[in-house]
Design a protein around this ligand. Sequence first.
Ligand SMILES: Nc1ncnc2c1ncn2[C@@H]1O[C@H](COP(=O)(O)OP(=O)(O)OP(=O)(O)O)[C@@H](O)[C@H]1O
Length: 234
Amino acid sequence: MSETTSTQAPVMLQCQSLTRTYNEGPQDLTVLDSLDLEVRAGERVAIVGSSGSGKTTLLNLLGGLDRPTDGRVVIADQPLSGLKEAALGQFRNRYIGFVYQFHHLLAEFTAVENAALPLIIRGQAKKAAEQRAMQILERVGMASRADHKPGELSGGERQRVAIARALVTDPSLVLMDEPTGNLDQTTAATILALMDELAQESACAFVIVTHDVGLAAHQDRVMKLDAGKLVAQP
Ligand SMILES: Nc1ncnc2c1ncn2[C@@H]1O[C@H](COP(=O)(O)OP(=O)(O)OP(=O)(O)O)[C@@H](O)[C@H]1O
């Protein structure tokens, strides 16, 4: 944890007895089994685990993209189960930034338009939203490609635009699925430095799912998802 973040920092994310069972096959599959997790403001937690252990399932529940079978997720004191779909969408826009494994950029929009989108959805004027988006694109080294559409960008460049889009609203919590998967070492280091700055500057909390040992080791804590529960790694 950064030096400015004491153990007294407010809890930003809480999972209590979180369970997710899929009922789609011939047999029920319990992927998360009464899992507990607490992440404080400004804290960065890496989640590791073998393929199929439930990392993406967990991220989807944390972001309110899926509902748990049992237990609950509380973000900034708000239980997600207490929000209906429309309110949940607004809450997500207000508090959470996502970086998905497959970046989900809109093909017909330029990089700066994609990065500005969460602010436009929030009701901000296009010009102000794009100005702010340009600042973040600069920080991820993408300002010179701002007018290009995703189809004209490399995988790593698209990933950086997705990261800019996740950070543009100054979220309280950022959820990342393999954020540096497509990036070379130098660019990955730039993104890591930006995450450090944000954790310190704005007490942003990060939950990062990754197979990248270096990325995991860079975080404040590493938790391994195993048999449906999180186990702290030394
Ligand atoms: N919608 C679904 N219906 C049924 N089973 C599912 C569903 N989504 C995921 N699963 C199963 O749940 C388990 C966990 O999947 P999940 O994608 O969360 O794993 P993961 O740890 O993110 O894997 P990876 O590292 O390979 O991305 C897997 O066995 C998967 O097949």
